[in-house]
Write a protein that binds this ligand. Structure first.
Ligand code: SF4
Length: 193
């Protein structure tokens, strides 16, 4: 759908320069989705793996974030192998609704209420990032935290349009349950993509 070199604003790679590759296609249907134009696969430009690699190398990126849409709709083995063979770290942002393919340095699992995740993602996740749109999402987040592996970092992130209302509730929750950390969409504060 689009690709650009920017700063990762969320999660454990926050603040790092990263080349983003946003793949078109998503069947999860979150009501608050801020990239609804990604849902349909067809309208987006197609690039070969070599063309993508050329762009990433041209910018000197050391980290590539594959996002969507729902990137796990696709076989990501060839893309991640190519990137890693060229010394580039790979990170994925996924709702976990499909079996994951590819080799990953960072698996960011962001479950959505609109489609249940597959069981395998709980073992694979390096980060659990729950978007908080409503106070009841905190209990839902805790249920997921019980299921992920013990090394998985736990993040609560306010949904952007509800940040003012959700942030105080998240802060309280993290103080009461310090296994959680707060993730903010810092790229939005910096006015970068
Ligand atoms: Fe949008 Fe992501 Fe939800 Fe798909 S999983 S609908 S891209 S927020």
């Amino acid at each position: 759908m689009e690709h650009f070199y920017t700063i990762q604003g969320e999660g454990s790679n926050t603040g790092r320069a990263a080349y983003f590759i946003r793949l078109g296609g998503c069947d999860v249907g979150c009501v608050w989705c801020d990239v609804k134009e990604s849902w349909d696969i067809e309208p987006h430009p197609k690039m070969t793996l070599d063309e993508i690699l050329e762009e990433v190398l041209e910018f000197g990126a050391k980290l590539c974030v594959i996002t969507g849409g729902e990137p796990a709709l696709f076989n990501l083995e060839p893309l991640t192998a190519l990137l890693r063979n060229n010394g580039i770290e790979t990170a994925i942002e996924t709702s976990g609704t499909r079996e994951l393919t590819g080799k990953w340095d960072t698996v960011c699992f962001s479950p959505k209420k609109f489609k249940l995740p597959v069981e395998s993602i709980y073992k694979q996740a390096n980060e659990l990032k729950v978007i908080v749109y409503h106070p009841s999402d905190l209990q839902w987040a805790d249920e997921h935290a019980e299921k992920v592996n013990s090394n998985c970092l736990l993040y609560l992130q306010p949904e952007w349009s509800r940040e003012e209302e959700m942030l105080p509730i998240i802060i309280d929750h993290v103080k009461r349950s310090p296994r959680w950390r707060i993730s903010l969409q810092t790229h939005k504060y910096m006015n970068i993509p």
